[in-house]
Design a protein around this ligand. Structure first.
Ligand code: DON
Length: 310
């Protein structure tokens, strides 16, 4: 149980301290060279609540590459644009495969299993690239609006690095195009996808940006509807079943919160009707999830009794 803000702050600090040695049990993502340069010892955590509290510890104001966490924001934008017809082009089932797997996509005729594996996020990137005159600018504006911070930028070094190491994502997109499930030109889809992955944000900005998912689609700071209550429910459901890739079952089992990870080492977890937790530490486990990030969110969820399955 947490008594007040000072108590929560203390708890966050203790959790970070308890993880100092755990950074050695993971590996910083190396398949995108620009990400391999990040200091593995950095770590931070922030809790943003729907009643306006922000509590952080460690490097929670240090920007990092949001990577696959961007898939959550892209999905919401695409749902808003296409409505229910989106679900004719993409499914909502867990994949049971690594995030960048291609094998299932051919069996399933170019229909991605869900929007948070790479195939699905590339399909969503196609929806955005073909429905916005400038989808990259629209995406960045959306992030700035949600975070309430106009200084949010795309890290060009990460973008270039992804572009020159993006053959697997290109293969996924060409395969979907061969099944008629991609409308835009493949290089444009890839360019959009790598742009959104390369946005740099910190734990506080990410936690604040997702408060609408903890509040039935309404941004509690502005009272603006970011998506419908039904879509907020649907996104949380997808994050619960697939947001931690093929470790989603274990995460539900041990933590019990809708969550999304990225290979930059960030993890966001939504606590419906309470707020959002964002934890960051670059070393990843074999599933591509931050080792320390998962431990911190697990520790906090246990301490505060946050599981949605209670
Ligand atoms: O598609 C990629 O390789 C990256 N830009 C994003 C991957 C990612 O973050 C997967 N998450 N764990």
């Amino acid at each position: 149980m947490i008594k007040d803000i000072a108590d929560l702050q203390n708890k966050l600090q203790q959790l970070l301290l308890s993880q100092k040695n755990e950074v050695n049990s993971g590996q910083v993502a190396e398949y995108i060279p620009a990400l391999a340069k990040v200091n593995p010892e950095l770590m931070g955590v922030c809790v943003a609540t729907i009643d306006g509290k922000i509590v952080g510890a460690g490097d929670y104001q240090q920007a990092f590459s949001i990577q696959s966490i961007s898939k959550v924001f892209g999905l919401v934008m695409a749902m808003n644009r296409l409505g229910d017809s989106l679900w004719q082009r993409i499914n909502m089932e867990p994949s049971g495969q690594p995030f960048n797997s291609i094998i299932q996509l051919e069996w399933e005729k170019g229909i991605p299993r869900n929007p948070v594996i790479n195939a699905g996020a590339l399909l969503i990137a196609d929806v955005l690239a073909s429905h916005y005159s400038s989808s990259k600018l629209a995406f960045r504006s959306n992030m700035r609006m949600l975070a309430g911070d106009e200084s949010i930028q795309i890290d060009q070094e990460v973008y270039q690095s992804e572009l020159s190491h993006g053959n697997r994502n290109a293969a996924l997109t060409y395969l979907m195009k061969s099944f008629g499930n991609i409308e835009a030109e493949v290089p444009d889809v890839l360019s959009h996808y790598f742009t959104q992955c390369s946005i740099a944000m910190n734990c506080q900005q990410l936690a604040q940006s997702l408060l609408f998912l903890a509040n039935k689609g309404i941004d509690p700071r502005t009272n603006k509807a970011i998506c419908s209550p039904q879509d907020s429910h649907r996104v949380n459901a997808i994050l619960s079943t697939s947001g931690m890739y093929d470790q989603s079952g274990e995460f539900a089992f041990s933590v019990g919160l809708p969550a999304k990870s990225g290979v930059g080492g960030g993890i966001v977890a939504v606590v419906p009707n309470y707020g959002v937790i964002c934890a960051w530490s670059p070393p990843l486990n074999k599933f591509g999830n931050s080792v320390v990030g998962m431990n911190i969110i697990k520790g906090l969820a246990e301490e505060l009794g946050l599981s949605i399955y209670h």
